[in-house]
Structure formats: structure tokens, C-alpha cells
Design a protein around this ligand. Structure first.
Ligand code: ADP
Length: 502
């Protein structure tokens, strides 16, 4: 009889993040935390996610306690609402008068909130306070992006058993760094010696993100290509030297997508469900999408290729290419439906185009979840000409919805979209390399050419729809990274040395 293979024990994981579905979202981070946490729970692990209780979340039912937590010279009364979501998963929503109960997560049209260092410094402190006094320390703490960057820092400066807890830090976007003036060291109660090149100092300021990168036991980012790209000057955002130094503990784990929320067969935002075998529901979605934007819905309009975008309107997403490509884009026989918000000048650019070509360009400026689903389903092509893209989710949603992505070969876009090959008819999308308006329009034109050959087009659609982007594989990779940092700590402990960031 074969000996039974012992499976490793389940882990207790504490996550700290600034946004997560279904509570608060401005971008992909929310999708990732909101899907990874329940997937881990379903794999048998115990997961707690600590998240700010923003105004937009509203009152939630759950056990509520108040804790007084010190942050530098000040004390804050944090109200913790614990929501038991499903077996193995609970959310700890952190409320605090005057800090999170306002409109917006990180800022408003005037810019970032001036007290973000306090808001997210407190989030990290409250998470560690929770870790210390809840039913046993977690096996590992997983901190996401700069907003949770002080978690590894304070684990490093902690005394007692908290200092033993290993941490994993995930970079969802290296460009957002949480930079604050040096005075914040005192406001946050951080030791002055941390203001050094081996610590939080970044060009005369303190960087929460750098804190996470220096002091976490392990670092991940959200695609393999981005993990490689950020080691270089071009995409390293000034942190490539540090990342090269920490390369041994850095790895890329591609994001999955929530295949329950993003399922064309059961999507509650669509007029009708559809699948690769029967795409008639996709045509219904196209008609509804055009109507929602007030665009023509006559037969020629329905037959015309529809190009969709759902995006933050910022430089990262390649909107300058769209600005520069105006003459060639105007010449295409295509319709555009756009939803997004961000920089005023890009919002204005799209509004102007819609005003100029009301029968061809539909624009909604704002954040609209239901419209995002409808664009993914109703468009024929989905455009993501990103300058850089850590992972990107929309291209995966697109493929799952039979909407063919046109993307730039960067980061996660390069990892997830297989370029169409005319000779074999294989591929899941259209990919261009150079960051230029012409390269982008060339790729769109190549896609439109195949769009006019329905058999070939359907092959691409079906190839995309058949892909498995579910979270299970990626969640298992995170579990492996958790075990790695735990083992690394144990090894360092038995060797008698305290783990060091740098
Ligand atoms: P990023 O995190 O850089 O914004 P991702 O592609 O990783 O880019 O994720 C963006 C997520 O946010 C997707 O789920 C996308 O559908 C959503 N999203 C972005 N802008 C909007 C918007 N204006 N309305 C609705 N959803 C949006």
C-alpha cells in the first residue's frame, strides 16, 4: 500500500489592502483582492482582509469593536466591523472619524488627500494591532501596494512575537509610490534611522512603497513580464536598483479573473447570456450598448465594427496615442464606445470627439460597473494601448466575452494575449510593439481586416473564450509564496539571524 502523502497544513493569512470587491474599487487591485481572498478560503485557508471603511461602503452588519491605536504622537479610535463573509473568510472594515468617511478613496479632483500618510499609516497599524490580539498570530501577512507598504516596515521594527510574522508584499503598480514629506516620519512615529537609502528615503521624501519593497520577506507582482520589466530603468520608476537587489525574492504571479462575476452566460448586466456555441446574446448586447450611448442602431450600424475601451484615463493607458492617432482613427469605418475617468485633459479629449462625431463616438465619463460589463460584451474589439501594464484585467474579460483585444505588448498584456497568426489562423488578439500611434492603428486595421472575414473572426473569438483565466492556479502560486516566506523566516531563525530587508 502506498504511504499517504501528508498535505501541508492550511495557512492563516492576514491581508491588508486599500480596496477590494465587493466593497470599494477604483481599479484592478480591488478585483484581485476581492477574488484572491475567497479563492484562498475555498482552498481551505483562513483569510482575514483589513480594509478601510470608506464612506461609499455604508453601514455593514457584523461584530463591531473600538480600539484605540497610537500613530506617532496621536491616538485614534478605530471602529472595526468584522464581517464573516463565508467559511474561512472575514473582512475587517476599519472606520475612524474624519479619515475614511468622505467621498473618494485616495483623493478628489483637487488631487490626492493631504492626510493620506495618516489614513494609510493608520490602516497598517490597525492591521498589526488586529494581528496581535485576534485569536493567534497569522502565519503570514500579505500587504498590497503602497497603501499597505508600512506593514512590512512595522513588522521589521516590532518586538515580541509580532516580529516573527513574515510578510509578502505585492506590487500592483510600481508607479504609485505613496511619497510624503520627511515630517511624516514623526507623524507616523517611524524611527528617524529609517530615513536612509536602505530604508524609506526616496529622493528626499519617504516612500511607503519602498518600505514594503525593502522590508517584506518576499515580493510579488502581477505578471511575469512586468516582474522582468521593473528590473530595468525604463519601467523601474527609480526603484529598479532596489528591485534588482531583491530579485531573489521577487516573482510574477499573473492575476486571474473572477469567472463568476465575469461570465457572459450569467452576467446580470447583459440583456441575454451567451456562450462560444451561441453568440446571439452578444449581438443583443451590441444593440443595447449602442442604444445606451445614444448611437445609431440601424442594420449598418449594427454591422459596423465596434471598438470598446474601459479604462482609467491616465498616461499609463496610452491615451496620448489615441490623441495623436486622431486623423487615422477618424478615417476608420468603426464605432467607439468608451467609459472611463481620470485626467481632465483626456476626459475633455473624449468629450470633444463625441461632440464632433455623435454618430460614431460614444463617451461616458465616470465609473460605471454595469456599463463596463456591457462594453466588454457588446464591443467587437477591445483596445488597450498601454504604455505599461502590470497585468491588466480588461483584456482577459474581453477574451472571455468573445471581444477581441488589440493590445500593446507590455507586461501582462504580452503574457495573456497571443498574437493572431494569419497563416495558421491561431491567436487570441492583435498585438503591437512600438509605443506609437501608427503601430496602434496598424494593429487596429489588421484586426478590422479579419473582422470582415467572419469565419476567421469567430475562430479568434472562440480561442479567447476557451481560455481558463480562473484564479485557482494563481491562488495556488500565492500559497507557495506564503510557504516560501514562512520557510525563509524559519531558516533565518534557526541560523540565528534576524531577517533583513536589504
Ligand atoms: P488598472 O488597475 O490599472 O486600472 P486593470 O485592467 O488591472 O487596470 O483593472 C481595471 C479594472 O477597473 C477593471 O475591472 C475595469 O473594468 C475597471 N474599470 C476601470 N475604469 C472603469 C470605469 N470607468 N467604470 C467601470 N469600471 C472600470
Amino acid at each position: 500500500m502506498a504511504a499517504a502523502v501528508e498535505s501541508p497544513p492550511p495557512l492563516s493569512v492576514l491581508m491588508v489592502a486599500s480596496e477590494a470587491q465587493p466593497y470599494a474599487k477604483t481599479g484592478g487591485l480591488a478585483d484581485v483582492v476581492g477574488a484572491l481572498a475567497p479563492t484562498l478560503a475555498r482552498l481551505g485557508h483562513q483569510v482575514t482582509v483589513v480594509l478601510p471603511h470608506y464612506h461609499e461602503i455604508g453601514p455593514q452588519s457584523g461584530d463591531t469593536t473600538t480600539r484605540t491605536v497610537r500613530l506617532g504622537p496621536r491616538s485614534f479610535d478605530a471602529r472595526l466591523t468584522v464581517v464573516a463573509a463565508e467559511p474561512g473568510l472575514r473582512w475587517v472594515l476599519v472606520g475612524c472619524d474624519g479619515l475614511y468617511d468622505r467621498d473618494g478613496l485616495y483623493g478628489d479632483h483637487a488631487g490626492d488627500f493631504a492626510d493620506n500618510a495618516t489614513r494609510f499609516g493608520l490602516l497598517a497599524r490597525v492591521a498589526l494591532d488586529w494581528a496581535e490580539r485576534s485569536t493567534g498570530l497569522p502565519d503570514v501577512i500579505h500587504a498590497h501596494d503602497w497603501q499597505a507598504g508600512l506593514v512590512p516596515v512595522w513588522l521589521h521594527t516590532a518586538s515580541g512575537s509580532l516580529a516573527e510574522v513574515p510578510s509578502l508584499f505585492t506590487i500592483h503598480n510600481l508607479a504609485y509610490q505613496g511619497l510624503f514629506p520627511t515630517e511624516s516620519l514623526d507623524t507616523l512615529g517611524l524611527p528617524r534611522e529609517l530615513f536612509s537609502i536602505d530604508g524609506l528615503e526616496f529622493w528626499g521624501q519617504i516612500s511607503f512603497l519602498k518600505g514594503g519593497l525593502v522590508f517584506a520577506d518576499g515580493i510579488t507582482t502581477v505578471s511575469r513580464t512586468y516582474a522582468r520589466e521593473i528590473l530595468g530603468m525604463e519601467q523601474g520608476e527609480g526603484l529598479d536598483g532596489l528591485l534588482r537587489h531583491r530579485e531573489a525574492v521577487l516573482s510574477g504571479i499573473p492575476n486571474g479573473i473572477d469567472v463568476e462575476i465575469w461570465d457572459p452566460a450569467r452576467d446580470r448586466f447583459l440583456p441575454r447570456g451567451y456562450s462560444a456555441d451561441d453568440l446571439s446574446g452578444k449581438r443583443a448586447a451590441k444593440a443595447e450598448l449602442l442604444a445606451r450611448y445614444g448611437l445609431p442602431t440601424d442594420p449598418p450600424a449594427l454591422a459596423r465594427p465596434l471598438i470598446g475601451m474601459v479604462s482609467r484615463m491616465v498616461d499609463q493607458k496610452g491615451l496620448d496615442l489615441i490623441r495623436d492617432a486622431k486623423p487615422r482613427l477618424d478615417a476608420l469605418d468603426a464605432t467607439f464606445t468608451i467609459v472611463g475617468s481620470g485626467a481632465d485633459h483626456y476626459e475633455e479629449m473624449w468629450r470633444a470627439r463625441a461632440a464632433e462625431r455623435p454618430d460614431r463616438v460614444g463617451v461616458v465619463v465616470g465609473f460605471d460597473e454595469s456599463l463596463a460589463h456591457l462594453v466588454e460584451a457588446g464591443a467587437d474589439l477591445f483596445l488597450m494601448p498601454s504604455r505599461y501594464e502590470p497585468c491588466g484585467l480588461n483584456q482577459m474579460y474581453s477574451m472571455r466575452y468573445g471581444t477581441v483585444p488589440v493590445v500593446r505588448a507590455t507586461g501582462g498584456l504580452a503574457d495573456t494575449v497571443t498574437p493572431y497568426d494569419a497563416a495558421s489562423g491561431s491567436g487570441t488578439g492583435f498585438v503591437f510593439d512600438a509605443y506609437s500611434a501608427d503601430a496602434m492603428v496598424d494593429a487596429i486595421e489588421a484586426a478590422l481586416d479579419v473582422f470582415r472575414q467572419p469565419e476567421r473572426w469567430r475562430t479568434i473569438q472562440r480561442a479567447g473564450m476557451r481560455q481558463d483565466f480562473s484564479w485557482d492556479v494563481s491562488a495556488a502560486a500565492y500559497v507557495q509564496r506564503y510557504r516560501d516566506v514562512i520557510e525563509r523566516r524559519q531558516a533565518a531563525g534557526t541560523a540565528g539571524g534576524a531577517p533583513q530587508g536589504v
